[in-house]
Design a protein around this ligand. Structure first.
Ligand code: ACO
Length: 366
């Protein structure tokens, strides 16, 4: 029997601190008027010093699990799409697994720039459809404020911090994540990158002096590429599903720049109200931007069960892609229930016990 991967819960996390365009105008040579008219962004959220990609991801995942009525122990796989993981390794997914007490889950990170969430959703849903797992958490989470050069007006006005999460689960009824298109073109790798911290240019005094630990971008070229692929990837995934653009009720685009989305709307001949938008309040939150936009639209009743929607993204790499979903929503048979307090305490205690056991084993076998 054919298996489907349904989206049965969604969650989000945004830091409390709001940074407005006027705040930014006090740091770099820019203005609210320039940022609003060139990008559509009014403000963005900035993580507090004790907030990390893993903590935002855990908050979003907890909310999604609560909505789905799924206990962390039922999760088979955690995939975190991020460009700003807490570390190069270990994977942020492992930190999320520990914080959630998802004791039976595997986990790994996906790095596909701003398209990471579309890739993560594709991998997790294909594993569900193949029968190798039953329940997955797919998370997009970022603390981009930590890799933005706050002295570079070309980039610092664009980005923000956030997380969004989906719970995917197997079911026999048709629906959920149906088709995807994944593409890459590494000939554009130089257009957007974080030059150091990887192994090609390891961290050094010279690299830090040249501010290579921050994001570097050729905005104009990325803009041109983005307007082209938003159109082509959306059309391709709709065609792959045997549907037409008229069947699509909404499009959740990567929230990078309102003008890129307007150009896509024009090319696809869709009105702007077909697009789920929130970049005015959060800026570009990379992998978090699509699940966050869908979260808000679903909570507002803007997207409904049975509707077809397209998630479409682009980013560094160059990498781009789209996924076509048929929205289902939480299972009516599963009442939303909070993760019991005892489980939070027990999972924290379990984590400390495992650390203690490793320490003792290490001493004994020395
Ligand atoms: N405030 C004021 N002026 C600015 C600012 C600013 N914040 N930033 C740039 N400018 C200036 C430039 O210096 C330039 O001045 P010049 O003509 O004297 O050189 C002028 O504004 C115009 O610059 P452009 O680059 O042509 O501006 P454009 O209209 O293209 O907008 C932008 C720039 C917003 C960056 C746009 O190109 C864009 O959105 N590109 C796509 C970026 C993107 O989507 N990146 C994310 C990819 S996802 C990922 O993987 C992380």
């Amino acid at each position: 029997m054919t298996r489907y991967a349904h989206i049965i819960g969604w969650g989000h996390a945004v830091p409390d601190q709001v940074l407005t365009n006027d705040d930014l105008a006090q740091r770099v040579d820019t203005s609210d008027e320039w940022i609003r008219t060139r990008t559509g962004i009014r403000e963005r959220r900035i993580a507090a010093p004790d907030e990390y990609t893993s903590t935002l991801a855990t908050r979003a995942a907890s909310e999604a699990l609560r909505m789905a009525g799924v206990h962390p122990r039922e999760v088979d796989l955690i995939v975190v799409a991020t460009n700003t993981g807490d570390y190069i390794f270990p994977a942020t997914a492992a930190l999320v697994q520990d914080a959630l007490g998802a004791s039976r889950a595997g986990g790994f990170d996906i790095q596909a720039a701003c398209t990471g969430f579309v890739y993560a959703l594709t991998i997790a849903s294909d594993m569900i459809k193949a029968g190798s797992i039953h329940t997955a958490l797919v998370i997009g989470a970022e603390t981009l404020s930590r890799i933005v050069d706050w002295e570079d007006r070309n980039t610092c006005v664009l980005f923000g911090d956030a997380a969004g999460a989906f719970v995917l689960q197997a079911a026999d009824e048709p629906g959920g994540v149906l088709h995807s298109v994944l593409r890459a073109d590494g000939s554009g790798a130089d257009l957007l990158k974080l030059p150091t911290c990887g192994t090609r240019n390891p961290v050094s005094h010279e690299a830090l002096e040249r501010r290579m630990q921050y994001m570097h971008m050729n905005g104009r070229e990325v803009f041109r590429f983005a307007t082209r692929v938003m159109n082509s990837a959306t059309r391709e995934v709709v065609e792959k599903a045997g549907l037409t653009l008229d069947d699509i009720a909404w499009i959740a685009p990567h929230q990078a720049n309102r003008r890129i989305i307007e150009a896509a709307a024009k090319a696809l001949k869709r009105p702007m109200d077909h697009f789920l938008l929130n970049l005015d309040r959060y800026g570009n939150t990379s992998t978090a931007s699509i699940p966050l936009a869908i979260y808000e639209a679903a909570q507002a009743g803007r997207i409904r069960p049975g509707q077809y929607g397209v998630l479409v993204a682009f980013g560094a790499g160059l990498i781009w892609g789209a996924a076509l979903v048929q929205w289902t929503g939480p299972r009516p048979t599963r009442a939303a229930r909070p993760r019991p307090r005892w489980h939070r305490v027990a999972s924290k205690a379990g984590s400390w016990l495992r650390r203690a056991r490793r320490y003792v084993e290490g001493r004994l076998t020395r």
